[in-house]
Design a protein around this ligand. Structure first.
Ligand SMILES: [Zn+2]
Length: 315
């Protein structure tokens, strides 16, 4: 009986994290029309993308190798070089925020004490990680952090969370913390450790886009400078963000697109993604947005899109 119960738990999966979540008070439900009306006007957010580490993971997780385009290109499964980022957003009145968290300092200085240690570190092949700038190193210089936006609740986006000061507001898309999956059985304890001592996760609230273009659009600060786009597929509540900077709009895709090849060939991620059809649809919407706004800069989930391999800024 006990075995059957355990088996049922494993098969149905457990939640991403048992860390508390709540409804976010931040963010105004909006529409794609409202965003598009201001998108190309210069904005006040200074945005800097920081390469926290270089890493290698399975290409079959990053790119759907069964996609006809991937097959035609002869892509095979082997380790693919990636980067883990955090994006720094400095708003003139609201403060300094990050999108995703990079990696924690302990992954460089004391891996045995990191939130991701032991079995989960082995599973994630953290030995392949070359840490450049842990979140704590940046924070020491910056001196302030007013909030963290998570594109989704996968391990590699929470890996800097132990360096975030307790009490800092944390935001995600709707339904992220409670979403279930078989692999969470392995990851949940590590994610709980990464979030230990932190505020409950505040989930941004969306309405269906009245203009029908996206699943949902939120005006994060209510001033049209930062937009959150609901991108279901990679995870149930995955988000992309658009920040309006002095040099034009910058799109942060999150893991709706991990790689340059996937972005350029319209192929969604591989086995890291929950729902392939939904992910592919979300990716197509982002591609269309950028096609219509060619001045928009694009920051993919895990690889640089342009020639630049190091941190890049838009101010
Ligand atoms: Zn990722």
């Amino acid at each position: 009986m006990k075995t059957i119960f355990l088996l049922a738990v494993v098969l149905s999966g457990c939640a991403v994290t048992s860390h508390a979540s709540r409804t976010s008070a931040l963010g105004t439900k909006s529409s794609s029309g409202a965003m598009l009306a201001v998108l190309d006007a210069a904005g006040p957010i200074a945005l800097e993308t920081v390469v926290s580490c270089d890493w290698e993971v399975d290409r079959s997780g990053l790119i759907n190798l069964d996609h006809p385009t991937a097959r035609a290109a002869g892509l095979t499964d082997s380790p693919e070089p990636i980067q883990v980022y955090f994006h720094v957003l400095r708003h003139p009145t609201r403060g300094t925020f990050i999108v995703d968290t990079g990696v924690e300092r302990a992954l460089r200085d004391a891996p045995d004490q990191a939130a991701y240690a032991g079995l989960v570190a082995k599973f994630m092949h953290l030995e392949r990680m070359k840490v450049h700038q842990p979140l704590a190193d940046w924070l020491e210089r910056e001196g302030r952090l007013d909030g963290v936006f998570l594109t989704h609740l996968h391990s590699d986006h929470l890996s800097g969370m132990p360096d975030v000061p307790h009490g800092t507001p944390i935001y995600s898309g709707p339904g992220e913390a409670a979403s279930r999956g078989a692999l969470n059985f392995l990851a949940q304890p590590a994610l709980n450790r990464a979030l230990e001592g932190h505020e409950p996760i505040s989930e941004l609230q969306f309405q269906p886009d009245p203009d029908g273009r996206f699943a949902g659009v939120v005006d994060v600060f209510g001033d049209g400078t930062l937009w959150a786009l609901l991108m279901p597929g990679h995870t149930v509540g995955s988000l992309a963000f658009v920040a309006r900077t002095p040099s034009g709009p910058v799109l942060m895709t999150g893991d709706t697109s991990h790689t340059r090849w996937g972005w350029e060939h319209d192929v969604e991620p591989g086995w890291f993604t929950d729902d392939h059809a939904a992910n592919a649809a979300s990716l197509a919407k982002l591609k269309q947005l950028v096609a219509e706004h060619p001045a928009m800069q694009v920051r993919l989930g895990h690889q640089p899109l342009g020639a630049e391999g190091e941190g890049h800024a838009a101010r």
